[in-house]
Ligand binder design. Structure first.
Ligand code: SOE
Length: 391
């Protein structure tokens, strides 16, 4: 007999790169995990009627719409998944929460601290009625990252002194790569800083269980003008003949001080020639170190400084055992997971929290705190000074 599970009817706004990644997760999660609710991919929404209808068929949504407001007005929709560029996050997410829908919102939470504050206030108000909001920092749900966090929490690294974090991509090295929305401040809020720097800010704080209190940074836009995109898909696009200004940073570097006293060195760039999606994090503590690189995402390197030096050194832990978080639902040890699994695990944890009536993490408040770090880095770069991150 098949167990009857309450439905969770989802409406997704946006259907490009992130929309495809989220669709994969909604489609796959119920087939690999025993979820407490049954997600239904009810409707996908976008501005172009033909484009969104095609996306619905391709990505597995039951219907399509060109009006996100009509998705919010639909009483049968339980959750709104926001996969649009950052300039629309606040408006859609706040309206969805006010309409009593749970919200999953892509990162960074918003384009400004003010928007993130309004979203967090709306999420806190909605939580009083059991309506939940979560921001999509998916890399938290890579099993090797979960292991890194556990090792720190269990005290295996001792007192943490150093954090080295890089998010390296190279899709803008070509000076004629077109101006897509990610290069437009009005749409994206910032460039490498918010798009990928936000991930390493969130990840390092998640691993340490501490927040960043102070930063000193520099932003740079290496290529100031590019051909306007006639069309774009994911990170690539079709360049037109007209040229326009790049209004965001191509790269961001910053120093940070964590609440517990650790020093951080951060780098986020779209100009690391040859690096496609390298998220490199190393943490050094008094009793040991961990090192992670997303380009080898099933592995965590761990050095335990408490064992005899003669047998010491970094150990390569393959994080694919059934006992590692989420892994038992997938493949036998050593068979490995990929980029998309983080999105699937995000859906699993979100659905579980909704069924339990608990706050899914990361919350909008967590997203706001990351936004404050990003804003402090921008101000630091503009003023060439250290900036405190407001608590
Ligand atoms: C583009 O830089 C991007 O797609 C980010 O927006 C995503 O958050 C990251 O997962 C991959 O790179």
């Amino acid at each position: 007999m098949t167990e009857h599970k309450p439905a969770l009817r989802v409406g997704m706004i946006g259907y490009a790169f992130m929309g495809a990644a989220h669709s994969q997760a909604w489609r796959t999660a119920p087939h690999f995990f025993d979820l407490p609710l049954a997600p239904e991919m009810a409707v996908v929404c976008g501005r172009n009627a033909a484009g969104v209808a095609e996306a619905a068929a391709r990505l597995g949504w039951a219907s399509s719409s060109t009006s996100w407001r009509s998705v919010l007005e639909d009483d049968t929709i339980d959750l709104v998944d926001v996969c649009t560029p950052g300039d629309t996050h606040a408006e859609i997410a706040i309206a969805a929460l006010e309409a009593g829908k749970h919200v999953l919102c892509e990162k960074p939470l918003a384009n400004s601290v003010a928007e993130a504050e309004a979203m967090t206030a709306a999420a806190e108000k909605a939580a009083a009625h059991g309506v939940r909001a979560m921001v999509g920092f998916t890399y938290r749900r890579v099993p090797a990252i979960a292991l890194a966090r556990k090792l720190v929490a269990d005290g295996r690294l001792g007192e943490v002194r150093h954090v080295r974090a890089q998010y390296l991509q190279d899709w803008l090295v070509d000076a004629d790569a077109p101006l897509s929305w990610r290069l437009d401040k009005a749409k994206a809020g910032s460039g490498a800083l918010g798009d990928i720097g936000a991930h390493v800010v969130d990840l390092t704080q998640h691993i340490l269980g501490e927040t960043i209190h102070e930063v000193s940074g520099q932003l740079e836009t290496f290529v100031k003008e590019r051909p306007v995109a006639e069309s774009s898909s994911g990170l690539s696009g079709q360049a037109g003949t007209e040229r326009g200004p790049v209004t965001v940073d191509d790269a961001a570097v910053f120093l940070a001080r964590f609440g517990g006293g650790a020093l951080g060195v951060f780098e986020a760039t779209r100009f690391a020639t040859g690096r496609k999606n390298a998220i490199r994090i190393e943490v050094n503590g008094s009793k040991g170190s961990i090192a992670f690189d997303f380009e080898d995402m099933n592995v965590l390197h761990f050095h335990d400084a408490t064992i005899d030096d003669l047998e010491g050194g970094f150990r390569r832990i393959v994080v694919t055992e059934a006992g590692h978080p989420w892994v038992s639902a997938w493949w036998p040890p050593g068979h490995g997971l990929g980029y998309e699994h983080g999105f699937t695990h995000q859906v699993v944890d979100l659905v579980t929290a909704l069924a339990d009536g608990t706050q899914p993490e990361p919350s909008f408040a967590d997203g706001l705190q990351v936004q404050r770090v990003l804003a402090a880095v921008e101000t630091s770069s503009d003023t060439r000074s250290w900036q405190e991150v407001p608590a």
